[in-house]
Design a protein around this ligand. Structure first.
Ligand code: NAG
Ligand code: NAG
Ligand code: NAG
Ligand code: NAG
Ligand code: NAG
Ligand code: NAG
Ligand code: NAG
Ligand code: NAG
Ligand code: NAG
Ligand code: NAG
Ligand code: NAG
Length: 864
């Protein structure tokens, strides 16, 4: 299996060329002729590709030591140095040529091409291991031009084998040339230097016959085949016979063949030779794939290293974006092992594939990719170059100040609420401390990984839920200094208007609470407004707009909070309105009751009237009004009556408290009332008590009032008494409905008039003395002349029939001689007694009655 012996040259194209052009030159005397040839030809080849060369090195070696190397920056200086070389010494054959190679490897930049010219075998074979290690770490290439040999007779046991070993370890070849044809070696050097070889296979040496086959894929641009040995005959079988293979060298011991733009396919070489022969195949291919490694999942090639990190699992990014290749399998083959391990991989956007593999220390490997061309659907199988893990142990690293770069364009636009990850690539030694900081100086949590030993780092930061525009800084610091890079983060937020909750009709119990919800997720932020019956809601004890919970909170349901609610959601772009009706439950109209609708009180009595609430929610409010017995309307309570809620207090019942008391209960749902009639029981009272005496003239109209107040109603009558004798009243006397007694006064109507009122409780009486003024009136005498006998006795009567005030009476005697004499004075009627009369008693006897009203008289003549 040919790949068992593969050795590879590092992928030089990916690393900017900083190489040395190094010549290791045997300066023993036997080299005289060769050195002349070298001096003449060297210039032509070095001129070719001075682009990637940063210095020129000449390492002379002689017997027994390696001379002081000459390191110069320019080609002319190098050529002068070569020209200055002189040969000397070296009579014995094997020389310390490996020491020269070792030195060259040590002082040359990595990945340099080192050419050694000698005519002798090496005696310091013990340095082979060191050379092999150096080749592995520097990935430099060693090509040996051997123009002589050491005869076995003079140097028994010494062979050229170690040169082949070096070539094998150092991706090189051994070219056997005779001194005369050394000139031609420079053509080969040109070929080697001019191209950037991506794959070098050094086959094991063999003797006699060998048939070798190698495949060329469509990505191979050039191949170069070196066959060197004891007079080899090379036959090449190529897949496309009309291609021309260039013979770069065609000499007795060495053949170099080149084919540019080779057709893809299997190439076979048959080599026939006499003795040991070496074959080296150089290939330059332009793979359609790129490979990158990182210990953390990379998102692009920018976040990878071209070299895997040893001793850990590596994420492997395969970039097929430059080709139209679709990958089907990825295999990993560790160098010098047959087995190809299948790697799982996932396809990522934009032609990237991600696989993962553990890479052991110093474990070199290559990746085999199988896939097909998306256009032609032709299968493609390619092999990567050989991957050599990074060298972890580094010494003599220069200390550098951090330099950083955020792997993104200056501004990144992120959709609102999304997460975003940034990577910052930092170089610096010693290891820089990389921190990410936002606008506000907050340190963001980040992760920094070592991408390439010793000084290339990648720091990742993930910003979750990005909602605001901001600037993010990647700050890296070490003892040498600090660097800071920033990136602007723009948040793209699409207009949204997603209504999450809308208010629903509901019924809330009186005094209870409830919520209406109205929620929108909107950008730009929408404002929420609540309306109740089209009036904007302002927060109060009963109702509150709670922005936090997107709720309208009815804290205390009442009639005030009953009605239609409207929620208005509005931003610059959109507007929506939702309505809901909030009903009230648990309210009822009032109902009141009283124990007795009729209350009878005694005068002065103390009493409570009570009106009880039977129903009503909210609790009704009671008001009392009053209507007196003869009133028309209910109005305020009379003095002395106090309301206290449902109770009415009558401290001392008075007649004016009589009437109807109305208890009215009111609440939001309605009103109800009941009446209590209060009746008062008290004995009759006669109010107009001032009139006690009334003096009238005859024929006057007399009115005797009697205002009676009584409850129950009194029966009222009038009586008249004269001298305590009740006189019955005749038809002239009338009493009207108001108990006023009326009559036209007659002489006989004087007396005490009694108004008597009686009810079940008691009786009242009022007396008015009526005095009828009457002029005196004397009863006419029976005889106007009375005959008397002398000596006899005689009685004269003066009977005053009427007269008020009681008239005063007097008897007057008018003698026959006309003398007058008052005989008797009296009040009212009087009798005049005449005893033992004689003639002198003859004459007229006048009885005169007199009062304030008038006078009356009678005249009786007594004849003796
Ligand atoms: C090589 O380069 C030198 C100067 O750099 C120039 O003088 C010389 O002609 C070149 N030789 C060839 C063969 O190109
Ligand atoms: C060197 O390589 C370039 C392109 O790679 C080519 O054009 C040129 O002919 C080559 N020179 C020689 C001497 O082969
Ligand atoms: C070479 O051969 C191929 C077919 O194999 C043919 O298509 C092509 O034209 C030939 N080229 C030349 C230069 O003869
Ligand atoms: C091959 O070369 C070695 C020494 O280099 C020699 O010992 C041997 O005899 C040679 N073989 C043939 C067949 O010439
Ligand atoms: C990788 O870096 C280069 C140079 O900085 C840049 O042009 C390119 O866009 C980056 N690619 C990605 C995928 O980030
Ligand atoms: C952002 O990251 C968090 C945590 O890793 C995850 O839960 C969330 O789904 C991510 N959001 C988006 C939009 O990817
Ligand atoms: C790195 O820097 C941050 C911020 O300056 C600091 O908090 C942290 O301790 C540093 N870490 C180390 C390892 O120096
Ligand atoms: C994202 O942030 C916004 C605003 O800070 C917040 O409202 C939202 O809940 C957050 N989302 C998540 C998934 O953390
Ligand atoms: C972020 O800035 C951009 C550009 O100034 C602006 O269009 C966008 O609305 C801003 N985003 C937020 C969320 O403020
Ligand atoms: C609700 O309102 C009524 C009347 O407005 C009041 O009496 C009651 O205490 C209130 N209830 C609460 C819980 O605030
Ligand atoms: C609201 O409207 C209802 C009828 O839809 C009405 O009964 C209620 O009294 C009104 N409330 C206010 C506070 O205007």
């Amino acid at each position: 299996m040919w790949f068992k012996f593969l050795l590879y040259f590092g992928l030089a194209s990916l690393i900017s060329g900083e190489k040395s052009f190094t010549v290791v030159l045997d300066t023993t005397k036997s080299m005289q002729e060769e050195i002349v040839t070298i001096k003449v030809n060297l210039q032509s080849i070095v001129n070719l590709s001075d682009s990637g060369i940063s210095n020129y090195i000449l390492v002379p070696f002689n017997d027994p030591d390696v001379g002081t190397p000459i390191i110069v920056p320019t080609l002319p200086q190098f050529l002068s140095a070569v020209n200055a070389i002189t040969v000397s010494g070296g009579h014995r054959c094997p020389e310390n040529s490996l020491a020269g190679i070792e030195k060259a490897l040590q002082i040359s930049k990595p990945q340099s091409t080192i050419f050694m010219f000698t005519d002798a075998y090496a005696k310091d074979v013990s340095k082979l291991l060191s050379v092999e290690n150096l080749c592995r770490s520097t990935r430099s290439q060693v090509i040996i031009f051997l123009t002589g040999f050491c005869s076995p007779e003079l140097s028994p046991g010494v062979t050229d084998q170690v040169y082949y070993d070096v070539a094998k370890a150092c991706s090189g070849s051994v070219l056997l040339l005779d001194t005369a044809s050394l000139r031609l070696a420079f053509s080969f050097m040109k070929e080697v230097i001019n191209e950037t070889w991506t794959d070098i296979i050094t086959y094991d040496t063999f003797t006699e016959n060998k048939q070798l086959t190698f495949s060329v894929d469509s990505f191979t641009k050039t191949w170069l085949l070196v066959v060197s040995g004891d007079n080899p005959r090379v036959e090449l079988t190529i897949p496309n016979t009309n291609q021309t293979v260039d013979k770069i060298l065609d000499m007795r011991n060495t053949n170099v063949l080149r084919l540019s733009e080779p057709s893809a396919g299997e190439y076979t070489i048959s080599v026939r030779c006499r003795n040991k022969t070496a074959v080296t195949l150089y290939k330059r291919f332009e793979l359609p794939l790129r490979f990158g490694f990182s210990s953390k999942t990379p998102r692009s090639m920018n976040e990878t290293s071209s070299l895997p990190m040893p001793g850990r699992s590596n994420k492997i990014l395969v970039d097929a974006s430059q080709s139209k290749m679709k990958l089907e399998t990825i295999h990993l083959q560790v160098t010098n092992e047959l087995e190809k391990k299948v790697l799982q991989f996932e396809e990522q956007p934009s032609g990237l594939y991600l696989a993962e593999a553990f890479v052991g220390s110093d474990q070199e490997f290559r990746l085999w990719i199988k896939g097909y061309d998306l256009d032609s659907l032709k299968e493609i199988v390619v092999s990567s170059q050989n991957f050599v893990p990074q060298q972890v142990a580094v010494t003599g690293t220069t200390w550098i100040k951090p330099q950083s770069q955020i792997l993104d364009t200056e501004t990144k636009t992120i959709d609102f609420g999304f997460n975003t990850t940034f990577a910052c690539k930092v170089t610096g030694y010693p290891a820089p401390n990389v921190t990410w900081v936002n606008d506000e100086g907050e340190i963001l949590s980040s992760e920094t990984i070592l991408l390439e030993v010793p000084s290339l780092y990648l720091s990742y930061v993930t910003i979750e839920n990005v909602t605001v525009n901001s600037t993010i800084y990647c700050i890296s610091k070490n003892s040498e200094g600090e660097d800071s890079q920033s990136i602007n983060l723009y948040v793209h937020r699409p207009y949204t208007f997603e209504v999450l909750q809308t208010p629903q009709d509901q019924t809330i119990e009186y005094g209870g609470e409830g919520k209406l919800f109205c929620e929108v997720s909107a950008y730009p932020v929408a404002e929420t407004k609540w309306y109740h019956n089209d009036t904007i809601v302002t927060s109060s004890d009963e109702i509150q707009v709670d922005l936090e919970t997107n709720a309208l909170w009815i804290k205390n349901m009442s009639v005030n909070t009953y009605g239609a609610y409207k929620c208005e959601l509005k931003n610059e772009i959109n507007e929506k309105i939702y309505t809901a009706f909030v009903n009230i439950s648990g309210i009822e109209a009032p109902q009141v009751a009283v124990d007795t609708a009729n209350v009878v009180l005694k005068l002065g009595e103390w009493s409570y009237l009570e009106c009880r609430i039977m129903k009503g929610k909210p609790s009704p409010i009671i008001t009392w009004t009053f209507k007196s017995e003869d009133g028309y309307e209910f109005s305020s309570l009379p003095d002395g009556v106090v309301a206290d809620g449902g109770k009415l207090k009558i401290a001392t019942a008075q007649p004016n408290h009589k009437g109807v008391y109305r208890c009215e209960a009111n609440n939001v749902e309605g009103h109800h009332s009941v009446d209590i009639t209060v009746q008062l029981q008290y004995p009759p009272m006669i109010s107009n008590g001032d009139l006690h005496t009334l003096t009238v003239k005859e024929e006057d109209d007399v009115e005797l009032p009697c205002q009676v107040d009584a409850s129950p109603q009194a029966t009222v009558r009038w009586e008249m008494s004269q001298d305590d004798v009740i006189i019955s009243l005749d038809g002239r006397h009338r009493t009207d409905y108001r108990y006023t007694h009326r009559f036209k006064a007659l002489w006989k109507d004087s007396g005490n008039y009694h108004c008597i009122a009686e009810n079940s409780i008691g009786r009242a009486e009022k007396t008015i003395t009526v005095n009828v003024l009457v002029a005196p009136y004397i009863e006419a005498p029976k005889e106007k002349t009375v005959l008397a006998t002398t000596g006899g006795n005689l009685v004269l009567t003066c009977n005053v029939l009427f007269g008020n005030p009681v008239p005063s009476t007097k008897w007057e005697f008018i003698a026959t001689d006309s003398s007058t004499k008052i005989l008797l004075r009296a009040n009212s009627s009087s009798l005049l007694h005449l005893n033992n009369v004689n003639y002198k008693n003859e004459g007229s006897y006048l009885c005169i009655a007199n009062n304030s009203v008038g006078t009356d008289s009678i005249n009786i003549y007594v004849k003796i």
